[in-house]
Write a protein that binds this ligand. Structure first.
Ligand code: FES
Ligand SMILES: [Fe+2]
Length: 409
């Protein structure tokens, strides 16, 4: 189904050698050093990340709520590639390369409803929501919409493998990852109690966006750790202290932190959102926050969850899009409006508090005096877990090359 349109990036051999050496020390057993500065600053290294870290796995692209109804379209730039999320007639989420098959015109430029037809503005070719080419006006000359030498079934939109889970639209660019449920079986098992939770999205008060002057990985890494809590999040630390946190480390899949004390005060009268029924006692006061590799930061609590998709804009900038979901339709009631806004503001404050840190670490990556830093043994294993995964994935190379090598042997 999926075609890889890009050719594999070839790093210049010197740069590749230096990078390989650094990545090998990151992934070495018992290693304590982090990724080299080039992984945060260099365009070519970023391209290798695109072809490995992003292309080989299930990456977050956008949200179910972006394409809520059949016909909804949402164009989005992903690592410099124009993609298009669409809700098809059957209610499924589909992702296409957002480019017309004829002369390569960008197909959809604005998010919104489509009435079931994706029409190119250049020569008016039209595709349906399943990506099939349906109309080719004058393709056989004026007034002739067909031609015996032109087969429209060969010129539909190029589709990218997509899956929805926890309100996120995930994509696998190279089309060769195991099915989502297999690739992500560990997190699905860990959070199985939330598997059938209704995901209630109430609109703009469930969303946040941030534009950051930092490499996307620094956002992910910062989210992996609770170490900075006392100094960066004093308000959060007042009810969920660093002592109440534990590390979550699942090599090759995700890492982050959990808290045994989730008890925010969102209203002076102590009002709360309804909790998901039948949760085990762990979730009465517990909450977990993990970075699911490569680029999605997730948080689950008894009464709501959220996902943050981190979208790289080159090596030194990224966008974060957050989408929050409650677990009970009752939350739509205007009576909950104030509480919803307070919850949104509370999370916004927490994530704003992190900005100076993730942008400051990016500035530090310009220093020749920094060579990956050091991971401490107790507080940094979740961050190291992400570094090791990233280094190993980059060292393994794009799947196309592996497949070619295997075929040659
Ligand atoms: S480029 Fe789209 S119809 Fe020609
Ligand atoms: Fe933080």
């Amino acid at each position: 189904m999926t075609d890889i349109v890009r050719t594999e990036t070839i790093l210049t051999s010197d740069k590749l050698n230096v990078l390989h050496l650094a990545l090998e020390s990151v992934s070495a057993e018992g290693g304590t050093v982090g990724l080299p500065n080039a992984c945060y600053t260099d365009d070519e290294t970023m391209e290798r990340e695109r072809d490995t870290v992003f292309a080989k796995h299930w990456a977050g692209l956008g949200f179910t709520a972006d394409i809520a109804k059949p016909g909804d379209c949402f164009p989005i730039d992903f690592l410099g590639q124009p993609l298009l999320m669409v809700r098809d007639k059957g209610g499924g989420a589909r992702v296409f390369h957002n480019v017309c098959s004829h002369r390569g015109m960008i197909l959809v430029e604005k998010a919104g409803p489509s009435k079931g037809v994706l029409r190119c503005r250049y020569h008016s070719w039209a595709y349906d929501l399943e990506g099939r080419l349906r109309r080719t006006p004058y393709v056989g000359g004026a007034g002739q919409d067909t031609h015996p030498d032109f087969d429209p079934t060969c010129h539909g939109l190029r589709e990218v493998r997509a899956h929805e889970w926890l309100g996120v639209v995930w994509i696998n660019l190279d089309g060769m990852a195991p099915p989502f449920e297999v690739a992500n079986d560990r997190i699905l098992a860990r959070w199985r109690e939330f598997a059938d939770a209704p995901l209630v999205h109430t609109g703009e008060d469930c969303r946040l966006t941030f534009e950051l002057a930092t490499n996307w990985k620094l956002a992910i890494e910062n989210y992996c750790e609770a170490y900075h809590l006392p100094w960066v999040h004093p308000a959060l630390n007042s009810y969920s202290r660093i002592e109440d946190h534990y590390n979550i480390v699942e090599p090759g899949h995700f890492s982050g932190q959990g808290s045994t004390v989730y008890n925010p005060i969102l209203s002076p009268d102590g009002r709360k959102f309804p909790a998901l029924p039948n949760l085990s006692a762990t979730w009465d006061t517990g909450a977990e926050y993990v970075s699911l590799y490569p680029n999605v930061m997730l948080g689950v609590h008894r009464d709501h969850c959220y996902a943050i998709v981190v979208l790289p804009d080159g090596p030194t900038r990224c966008r974060e899009r957050l989408c929050l979901h409650y677990f009970d339709e009752a939350v739509r009631d205007p009576d909950y409006a104030e509480l919803r806004l307070t919850n949104q503001r509370t999370w916004s404050q927490v994530f704003m508090e992190d900005v100076f840190a993730v942008e400051g670490m990016q500035k530090g990556r310009a220093s020749p005096g920094f060579g990956g830093g050091v991971f401490t043994p107790v507080m940094d294993p979740p961050t190291r877990c992400f570094h090791v995964w990233t280094a190993q994935t980059m060292l393994d190379g794009p799947r196309g090359r592996e497949a070619a090598r295997a075929a040659a042997e």
